[in-house]
Structure formats: structure tokens, C-alpha cells
Write a protein of this length. Structure first.
Length: 201
């Protein structure tokens, strides 16, 4: 994710190229990211949406959009959409599948499951059933705002997820409620709505 604060199109392009070249040089072509992750900037320009499509990302995740639009999308199960940042580009490769992080969780841990810094949230043999049930109830509330059966459930937050051993030890306990952990992807359908607009405030 390049800086979206006040850069020019050329700056965003150069920043993206530099980042992708670094990943390819250090980790190889197979490590190239397929998901554009832009969860904290306050709004997104059409230029950035077009760049993500041009760089062949499959999927775009955003976090901060107008709170009224986010609430309306959650209520109508339209948290996933196809963003068409250029109205003149209909039917071209400028469209990009986009998901908005929901208002129940945003980009932090699920409520009550921030494993770092608070051992009271840890899952043990004595509380695993209750914790799995609590997680399942949260997922049901979250799923109410989505039209697909694949949900993006972030684990981490600002200045957290620094102790991988704690997080990776705890997550398998949650999976007893039949949760599959995997990298983000999008399962779109013909019913996926299209958002045609130059900006996403």
C-alpha cells in the first residue's frame, strides 16, 4: 500500500513499483501479493483504485469509508462490491473486486480474542467450549452483513501481533468450531453489486 494521503499519481505508481520489485527480488515471483490491503487511509481516490487493477491485484480490502455508507452496506449485505473507479472504463480491466471491513470488528482482533497482553483472553482446556461458542456467535453476527460464506476475520491490531507464538498457539483452539484459516481471497458472483464512482470518501 503506497501513501494515499496527498501523493500524485506518479508517486503512487513509483511507490507501488518499488514495493513489488523488492518483493520479487527478495522472495521470488511466487510471493507476489494478490490482495491489495488499504485499511487505514481515510478515503481512496479513483487513481488508487485504477492502479490496483492495473497491477493485477485480484482483490482490494478497504477499511475507512464514510460511517453511514458502511452501516448501510452492512444492513444490505453489500460489504463486497466491484469498484469501478472510472465510469468510462466499463467492461475493462479497471474494475476490481473490493471488500469493506465491517463495523463490528474493523481491522482488530474479534472482541474478546486479543491474545497479546491479556492472558484472560487465552483459550484453555477448561474454557475451550465456551470460547468456541463465543467466537461462533460473533461470526454469526458478522455474517449477517455479508452475502458470501467466506468472511475476512482479521487477527491483530495496531502495534500487536508481534508475538506469533501466542497467536498461532491460540488460533487452533478456535478452529474446533470448524473455522478454516487461509489467506484472503474473494468469491464473487454475478449478484455482486457495482460501485461506479471516482472516489470512495
Amino acid at each position: 500500500m503506497p501513501d494515499e494521503g496527498a501523493p500524485s499519481y506518479q508517486d503512487m505508481l513509483a511507490n507501488m513499483q518499488k514495493g513489488l520489485r523488492y518483493i520479487q527480488r527478495e522472495f521470488g515471483q511466487d510471493a507476489r501479493p494478490r490482495v491489495a490491503w488499504s485499511i487505514d487511509p481515510f478515503g481512496h481516490s479513483s487513481s488508487y483504485g485504477i492502479l490496483n487493477a492495473m497491477f493485477d491485484f485480484d482483490f482490494f480490502v478497504v477499511g475507512r469509508i464514510d460511517f453511514q455508507e458502511k452501516a448501510a452496506r452492512f444492513a444490505t449485505k453489500t460489504m463486497e462490491t466491484v469498484w469501478r473507479p472510472s465510469r468510462s472504463a466499463e467492461g475493462t480491466s479497471r474494475d476490481i473486486m473490493t471488500a469493506v471491513l465491517d463495523p463490528l470488528q474493523f481491522y482488530s482482533y474479534p472482541p474478546g480474542f486479543a491474545f497479546e497482553g491479556d492472558t484472560k483472553t487465552w483459550i484453555t482446556d477448561s474454557n475451550v467450549k465456551d470460547r468456541a461458542d463465543a467466537f461462533a456467535q460473533f461470526i454469526k453476527k458478522k455474517a449477517a452483513g455479508f452475502a458470501t460464506n467466506s468472511l475476512l476475520v482479521p487477527f491483530g491490531s495496531d502495534f500487536q501481533f508481534t508475538k506469533a507464538s501466542i497467536n498461532y498457539y491460540q488460533r487452533p483452539s478456535i478452529s474446533k468450531s470448524k473455522v478454516k484459516f487461509k489467506t484472503p481471497h474473494f468469491q464473487g458472483s454475478l449478484k455482486t453489486p457495482i460501485r461506479s464512482d471516482k472516489i470512495w470518501p
